[in-house]
Design a protein. Structure first.
Length: 287
C-alpha cells in the first residue's frame, strides 16, 4: 500500500467521522458469534431501536428480496438470515445519506441488489438473499469517498469526462485506490462476513475473487446489466462488458442473458416505485 493509499485509508477509516453505526450492532455481533443465542434474542436487540427496525423492514420488503411479507424483525432474521439483517442494519444510516444526496447512486445500488437476486434465482443458486445484499452494498465505497473526499470526487468526475475513462480508473489515478477497495475496508471494519466483503472488493475484477467467485460473478453481472438498462447513475458514462471469468463461473449463454433482460424490465418498475416511496420519507414506519 503506497503513501497515497495509506493517507486515504486514514481519512476514510477515521471513526470520528464515519457514519454512526447503530449501538445495537456490537450486541448483535456478540450474539451472532454465540452458538447458544436464539433468533428471538437477536431480534429483540434490533427491535429495541425503533427507527433502525423500520429501516430494516423497509429494505427487507424491497424488490431486492421479493418477500413483501416481512412484518417483524424475527421474520426478517428467519427469512433473510442474521448476516443479511446485520448488513442492512449497518448500511441503513449510509443508505439514508445516499438516498437523500445521491438518488442516482441509491437507485443503481438498489437495482443491482434486485438483479443480483434475479440472477441467483434464475441460476438456482443458494443464499440468494445474501447475494442480493452483496449487490445492494457493492458500491458502498463510493458513498464513503463522496462523504470524506467531496472535492476530490469533483476531480474524479472531471477526469471521467475529459479522458473518457471508467470511474475506477479515475479513482486509481487520483486516490491510488478505488471504491471497491474502500468498500472492502469498510466491510471488514464492520465485521461483515467474507462472502459479502469479497464481492464488494472484486466486483470489477472477478478473476481476483478466490473464495466466493460465484457470488462475485453475480454481483458483477448485475452491475453491468443495471448500467446497460440506464437505471440509476453509477457515475460511469460507459457500460463495461461482462468479464469472461464471470461468464465461465456462472456458465452463461446468450439465451440466459436474453431471458434476464426481459425479466429485468418489469422488476425495474417495482424498484423505481420503491425508491420514490423511500424518497417521500425513509424513516416512516413500513406499511
Amino acid at each position: 500500500m503506497d503513501e497515497k493509499q495509506i493517507e486515504l485509508k486514514k481519512i476514510i477509516m477515521d471513526t470520528k467521522t464515519l457514519p454512526t453505526l447503530p449501538g445495537v450492532i456490537n450486541k448483535l455481533n456478540s450474539l451472532s458469534d454465540n452458538d447458544k443465542s436464539s433468533v428471538q434474542e437477536m431480534a429483540r436487540i434490533v427491535s429495541s431501536d425503533q427507527v433502525l427496525s423500520a429501516r430494516i423492514l423497509r429494505l427487507a420488503n424491497s424488490p431486492s428480496y421479493g418477500f413483501y411479507r416481512v412484518s417483524t424483525i424475527s421474520n426478517a432474521m428467519i427469512l433473510l438470515g442474521v448476516n443479511v439483517v446485520k448488513s442492512l442494519a449497518i448500511s441503513s444510516s449510509i443508505f439514508e445519506v445516499m438516498e437523500k444526496n445521491s438518488v442516482g447512486l441509491w437507485e443503481h445500488s438498489l437495482g443491482t441488489g434486485v438483479v443480483s437476486n434475479l440472477i441467483a434465482k434464475k441460476l438456482g443458486l443458494p443464499e440468494c438473499e445474501e447475494i442480493a445484499t452483496a449487490g445492494l452494498l457493492h458500491d458502498i465505497g463510493k458513498v464513503i469517498i463522496s462523504l470524506k473526499c467531496s472535492e476530490a470526487v469533483c476531480e474524479v468526475r472531471r477526469m471521467i469526462d475529459e479522458k473518457q475513462i471508467y470511474m475506477l480508473e479515475a479513482e486509481q489515478e487520483i486516490f491510488g485506490t478505488d471504491h471497491a477497495e474502500v468498500g472492502a475496508w469498510l466491510a471488514k471494519n464492520w465485521f461483515l462476513p467474507d462472502k459479502l466483503t469479497e464481492p464488494i472488493f472484486c466486483h470489477h475484477n472477478v478473476a481476483t475473487s478466490e473464495n466466493h467467485r460465484i457470488k462475485t460473478s453475480v454481483v458483477h453481472m448485475a452491475d453491468v446489466l443495471i448500467k446497460a438498462s440506464g437505471f440509476g447513475d453509477s457515475g460511469d458514462n460507459y457500460v463495461p462488458q461482462i468479464q469472461q471469468a464471470a461468464w465461465d463461473a456462472l456458465k452463461l449463454n446468450e439465451q440466459i442473458i436474453a431471458e434476464l433482460v426481459e425479466d429485468l424490465e418489469d422488476k425495474l418498475v417495482e424498484v423505481k416505485n420503491f425508491s420514490l416511496e423511500l424518497q417521500q420519507g425513509f424513516d416512516a414506519p413500513p406499511p
